[in-house]
Design a protein around this ligand. Structure first.
Ligand code: SF4
Length: 316
């Protein structure tokens, strides 16, 4: 079976001031298996949202390969892109800007089905009602407008719209970070349940490691446009290999003060460098507490330590 998503050496660059390109995504390879959730984490500006937008077709890749269910999207015809884009749907961070305020939620959910001529009339209304129920809303709410819903309910509407075309791959870009803390867990649990029911793969982009730990099967860590570590979730949280991953995990507060006091202190100092002028060698060397001379000139190769892939000269 073809992977819902297969990226090979993906680059997404933008023109920068002074001629140097901004290397937002700079050589990322990964794949997602059917039904799997891959969490993609890293600080703001690491390129994770750019990667998500390139997969869904909102940004053009500079080079590399994006395969969805075995079909190459880079350089594909408009007809192929249109057919494959139905199989990849995105849930954005902000449900307010994701929905047209002048459309009822029923119209918003039904629009992709109408545009692709899949349902009309009474059958369309029945399908919209089913989708509303699937995300925990009432069919009678189909005639309401987005402003009549809470933030959590609006994100449920966005999820229903994304599910309408029965995608093989769902891309969630910080889907709960704009919501009240009190409803985040409900929306996350809904995503996990729907994924299990439909067998969708999920690329789950978040800066919040606690959220990723809740939903992901594997976790990929990005720094300055590149992957630095990719591991099964439990392996990554129990035995992080890359110094950057360790620093990210050390910064996650523990609810238990005893556990918090026992956590290793891994300082992560300084700002993330500009993707227009990434440091030579290992891009993390300007902030890494374990950097050695070699790190300043030699790009670390990707290698496997057990089930964990890591790009670091000294990780073990
Ligand atoms: S390669 Fe060197 S600078 Fe980069 S993470 Fe490993 S130890 Fe740190």
């Amino acid at each position: 079976m073809n992977a819902p998503l297969d990226l090979h050496d993906l680059h997404v660059h933008f023109p920068g001031r002074g001629g140097a390109p901004i290397r937002a995504v700079d050589g990322v390879s990964l794949s997602i298996a059917p039904g799997e959730t891959l969490g993609l984490v890293g600080e703001s500006g690491c390129g994770k949202s750019t990667l998500a937008n390139a997969v869904v077709g909102l940004l053009p890749p500079t080079s590399g390969s994006v395969r969805v269910l075995g079909t190459e999207l880079v350089g594909a015809s408009r007809a192929t892109l249109r057919a494959m884009r139905a199989r990849v749907q995105m849930v954005f961070q902000d449900p307010v800007t994701s929905l047209n305020p002048r459309m009822t939620v029923g119209e918003a959910i039904g629009e992709p089905l109408l545009v692709r001529n899949l349902f009309r009339g009474a059958a369309l209304r029945t399908e919209v009602a089913r989708l509303l129920e699937e995300v925990g809303l009432r069919p009678s709410q189909a005639g309401n407008y987005p402003h009549q819903f809470s933030g959590g309910q609006r994100q449920r509407v966005v999820i229903a719209r994304a599910l309408a075309l029965r995608p093989a791959l769902l891309i969630c870009d910080e889907p709960v970070s704009a919501l009240d803390v009190s409803v985040r867990a409900q929306v996350l649990n809904l995503l996990v349940e729907l994924q299990a029911q439909h067998g969708m793969a999920n690329l789950f982009v978040s800066h919040d490691l606690a959220v990723v730990r809740h939903v992901a099967d594997r976790v990929a860590v990005m720094y300055l446009g590149r992957l630095v570590e990719l591991a099964p979730r439990d392996a990554l949280f129990a035995t992080p290999r890359h110094p950057y991953t360790r620093a990210l995990l050390a910064a996650v507060p523990e609810p238990d003060p005893v556990v918090q006091r026992a956590k290793p202190h891994v300082p992560l100092t300084g700002e993330i460098p500009s993707p227009a002028a990434p440091p030579p060698g290992c891009r993390f060397h300007t902030r890494c507490p374990l950097a050695i001379a070699r790190c300043r000139s030699e790009v670390p190769a990707w290698r496997m330590i057990g089930e964990t892939g890591v790009a670091c000269h000294v990780a073990y």
